[in-house]
Design a binder for this molecule. Sequence first.
Ligand SMILES: NC(=O)c1ccc[n+]([C@@H]2O[C@H](COP(=O)([O-])OP(=O)(O)OC[C@H]3O[C@@H](n4cnc5c(N)ncnc54)[C@H](OP(=O)(O)O)[C@@H]3O)[C@@H](O)[C@H]2O)c1
Length: 292
Amino acid sequence: MKFSYLNSGHEMPMLGLGTYKITEKEEMFKVFKYALECGYRAFDTAQMYGNEEIIGETLEELLPKFNLKRADVFITSKLMTDQHGDKAAAAIDETLRKLRTDYIDLFLIHWPYVDGLERSDLKNGEIRASSWKFLEKACIAGKIKSIGVSNYTIKHLDEMLKDGSPYKARIRPAIDQVEFHPYLYQKEMLDYCDENGMTLEGYSPLGSPKSKDILEEEVIKNLAKKYSKQPAQIVLRWEIQHDVIVIPKSANPERIKANIEVFDFSLSPAEMESINALNKNKHYASDPVDIA
Ligand SMILES: NC(=O)c1ccc[n+]([C@@H]2O[C@H](COP(=O)([O-])OP(=O)(O)OC[C@H]3O[C@@H](n4cnc5c(N)ncnc54)[C@H](OP(=O)(O)O)[C@@H]3O)[C@@H](O)[C@H]2O)c1
């Protein structure tokens, strides 16, 4: 496993397991057991996924069986869009309770919009800035090791980072978790994170359940043949070589195993370029560009 060194001073595995849509305890247990056996040590959840509680129970049962401690795994969760502002402090405590832990490794603001407001409403900026203050406080109190954001565009990040902004952050976000795959090669965001000491994390790294087309691209299939790998492994490798942390979701044992076997080969600069060229600026999730 490769690690990313976050601006918070903590290390984060470059590859973790996505858990969106896994909501049954029995399935979660099987998936985590297999993932831990395969070497996964990072897990991505969110208040919105409704599975924090079963992840807490699962890890409590499984870690001792693997001779692992809480510190051996990296857990990410995210603030739900209806928990912004004053509700954020209690929402963080609720995540701690559900995950059965006294700290969260990484906690993100899930979306830059606030439930109940129009996406274009300027109040979104003021309220998400107040949520950030609660994340900062929880971080200082040791309840969260690293804090970050998700689905933030450069405009939203500028608000937190630029001198003179009324919403300037005291603690710089460690991570922006955004949709990232060969049809959405977010080069500008990647450069921005690099210039501002942040790390980019890519969700839906395989194009989400909605696109199998990426894995059918000739460029990807030819590279898979060349390296005796699967198309998904080529795509994940491309992301990791761009220093993007990836969290592919699978509930299938063969695919869970395949998705982590991406550290034993590398793509050449020309091969990286050939995948970069597949970009279509295509979002499968909602594009946050219209959020004020
Ligand atoms: N911050 C956000 O707003 C946000 C939004 C979306 C997702 N996320 C996070 O990112 C994680 C991953 O994103 P995602 O679930 O949208 O999409 P993804 O990981 O890109 O794709 C998941 C889909 O690909 C399939 N798959 C997995 N491995 C495969 C392989 N090796 N070959 C072929 N197909 C494969 C899975 O099916 P099987 O399960 O049947 O293998 C599933 O249908 C989520 O689980 C969640 O933790 C965050």
